[in-house]
Design a protein around this ligand. Sequence first.
Ligand SMILES: Nc1ncnc2c1ncn2[C@@H]1O[C@H](COP(=O)(O)OP(=O)(O)OP(=O)(O)O)[C@@H](O)[C@H]1O
Length: 248
Amino acid sequence: MIEFRNISKTFGERKVLDDVSGIFEKGKLSLIIGGSGTGKSVLLKCIVGLIKPDVGFALYDGRNFTEGDESTKREIRKEIGMLFQGSALFDSKTVEENVRFPLDMLTNMSMSEKMDRVYFCLKRVGLEQAGKRMPSEISGGMKKRVGIARAIVLNSQYLFCDEPNSGLDPLTAIRIDELIQEITYEYQTTTVVVTHDMNSVMGIGDYIMFLYQGKKVWEGNKNNILETQEPALKEFLFCSQLIREMRK
Ligand SMILES: Nc1ncnc2c1ncn2[C@@H]1O[C@H](COP(=O)(O)OP(=O)(O)OP(=O)(O)O)[C@@H](O)[C@H]1O
């Protein structure tokens, strides 16, 4: 479980996050949603330690990641897996080497132990045949799968995914969501997804936090989101003609 309290962040004159608190539970998929520029990525970065908030902190199963000592932070960092926007694979490394990278950097495992783990993870995402290929030789959906394999290779307790569906066709996007959902339930990870994608909101949102102008203005889940009376969330949800027609 990740709990974060009172997170605020200002860049120059602009308050990008204003006193945001919340809880992401273990074994569940938590989504951060909202329009462009509302602070979703900055919140994610504050929680994973890439940006230091002006105020507030994040607790990882009770351990303070924002204000804790270096050894606590190092311990938590090893338990975090990240799927970056655009997959962020190393173009000059094979699929297998990309997935192995965190093991090379952060463990003392032998090469055969590492390769066992790499192929276990590649198999889990359906890519055990693609280990020797280069990122340029595989599709966008496969790249996301490689990114997921790399994110879980350290047996991550906490999985963060920044726009995992961006640039994918709708069917591939749903397959990636399903894979993230399966992994969350199977390995009981605390999973956090930043997304705009309405299919994701309705398909995998065990918990949903809606940000508007840097504030959390609604929280709930996929089963009650369509009944919201929050004006900014209604505008976000029902902005497309298709969704308005479906709602009728
Ligand atoms: N390092 C930074 N320095 C200055 N301003 C920043 C920095 N990072 C983000 N911002 C600003 O903070 C605001 C929120 O950005 P953020 O990336 O969190 O938005 P977002 O909700 O993730 O949007 P999108 O969905 O478009 O990615 C934006 O106005 C952005 O320009």
